[in-house]
Write a protein that binds this ligand. Structure first.
Ligand code: ARG
Length: 459
């Protein structure tokens, strides 16, 4: 049998199993648009440098547009014998335009070609992640605005800690997501150098203009070292790292939504649009989207580990191992974008329940710290002593199965004689949150200031 690609060197074709393990066309067809863009830039540069004729460059340009429209229209016949997207596009180009197509690969290798295509693809995904994160931030900000002063329990160890405001809790995620967003911006900036023209590994003897192709493809500059340009996939790892951290944040928020929407909490009601029912239990309305986000993002962490594993043992420059970079990154990017979109929909739709939030905020001795602070301020106790006195009062309330404000003044004075009627002023949840005016604290006025500043930043 003949060999579709290297018939000069090879007498026969590959074994079927060889083709099965070697071909990447099943997945790297997702790089078609980037591959065509890279080839167009390369051909235009070859002509500008006098390496091919303008006539050939024009034929290549038109041929590539035809190839791309065939791919986008679903009429293109992908061939596993042609291994990957690069060879598939080039073979079809040659079929369409003949000899001019055979000149396209001058001064270029699939090694710099794939590195270029993949960078362009990952760069787009950074932009998509940035847009997706900004949309989610806006949804959270909408929630924060609505309930800037709704009181709810703040937790540590998922045990009632101190009252906070709903707006404050929503803005906590806005802050986390802003760091995620900046990680994608940062990754995008770092990856924005062009590998094109590094050729196989050593550069080329043709008088190519790497600045021109870099600029045509929107890169800031060409990669400075040809070995590095074709060898590294750290740009994809940067993307996966940013994606992993963002995904971790989405998963924590998902976990909270699952807890909050339970009948035991009733902090939020998810919309019908983002819930599912049960085939047996008629009353059920399940937060499946939140659960699926929580579960799916493991794929992103897995992708990051997998690509680190692929890369860690490779000597410079290219090894075929690196073909295993793509499926991981494709899947991780798809998972992240879907999760961001689903989370944005859930957050935008969900209805918080201010009454349930407020009722829960008052349970679990959430204002015990306010009581201890009062003892420091008004009775002059050292904080550690105030902590002990308050702890005794909590134990007393617990024994009576009541909350702190339900103890009588007499009962309080049995524990410490200096406690006066005025202590009851600090035991309410509204008073508690209003008093947290330190910078970054949960006081409604602070939260409103933060909301205003985020509205400006996200506009
Ligand atoms: N399909 C290959 C990949 O994704 C393209 C590069 C092939 N280069 C080579 N020297 N075999 O890595």
């Amino acid at each position: 049998s003949s060999n579709a690609m290297w018939g000069g060197r090879f007498a026969g074709g590959p074994d079927q199993i060889m083709e099965a393990i070697n071909a990447s066309i099943g997945f790297d067809q997702r790089l078609a648009a980037q591959d065509v863009a890279g080839s167009r830039a390369h051909a235009a540069m070859l002509a500008a440098q006098g390496i091919i004729t303008d006539k050939d460059a024009e034929a290549i340009r038109e041929g590539l547009l035809t190839v791309l429209s065939e791919i986008e229209g679903g009429t293109f016949k992908f061939s596993a014998a042609l291994e990957d997207i690069h060879m598939n596009v080039e073979a079809r180009l040659i079929e369409l335009i003949g000899d001019a197509g055979r000149r396209l690969h001058t001064g270029r290798s699939r090694n710099d070609q794939v590195a270029t295509d993949f960078r362009l693809w990952v760069r787009d995904q950074c932009d998509a992640a940035i847009a997706g994160i900004a949309a989610l931030q806006k949804a959270l900000l909408g929630q924060a605005e609505q309930g800037a002063d709704w009181v709810m329990p703040g937790f540590t160890h998922l045990q009632t800690a101190q009252p906070v405001t709903w707006g404050h809790h929503m803005l906590a995620y806005v802050e986390m997501l802003s760091r995620d967003l900046s990680r994608f911006k940062d990754a995008r900036k770092r990856m924005n150098e062009s590998p094109l023209g590094a050729a196989a590994l050593a550069g080329t003897s043709f008088p190519i203009d790497r600045d021109a192709t870099a600029e045509a493809l929107g890169f800031d500059r060409p990669c400075a070292n040809s070995l590095d340009a074709v060898s590294d996939r750290d740009f994809a790892l940067d993307f996966l790292s940013a994606a992993s951290i963002c995904a971790m944040h989405l998963s924590r928020l998902s976990e909270e939504l699952v807890i909050w929407s339970s009948a035991q909490f009733r902090f939020v009601a998810m919309s019908d649009r983002f819930s599912t029912g049960s085939s047996i239990m008629p009353q059920k309305k399940n937060p499946d989207a939140a659960e699926l986000i929580r579960a799916k993002i493991g794929r992103i962490f897995g992708a990051q580990s997998a690509l680190l594993m692929v890369m860690k043992g490779l000597p410079l420059a290219y090894s075929k191992d690196m073909q295993e970079d793509k499926e991981q990154v494709f899947d991780a990017a798809d998972t992240l974008m879907l999760s961001l979109a689903a989370m944005t929909g859930m957050i935008g739709d969900m209805a918080a329940n201010p009454d349930a939030l407020r009722a829960a905020a008052g349970h679990g001795f959430s204002t015990a710290t306010d009581l201890a602070d009062w003892l420091v301020r008004e009775a002059g106790l050292p904080f550690r002593d105030a902590h002990h006195v308050t702890g005794t009062l909590v134990a007393k309330a617990e024994a009576k199965a009541c909350d702190l404000p339900d103890l009588s003044l007499a009962e309080m004075q049995e524990v410490h004689g200096d406690i006066t009627e005025a202590v009851f002023d600090v035991l309410g949840v509204d008073n508690s949150v209003a008093s947290r005016t330190s910078f970054g604290g949960t006081a409604p006025d602070n939260v409103r200031t933060q909301i205003a500043s985020w509205k400006e930043r996200l506009a």
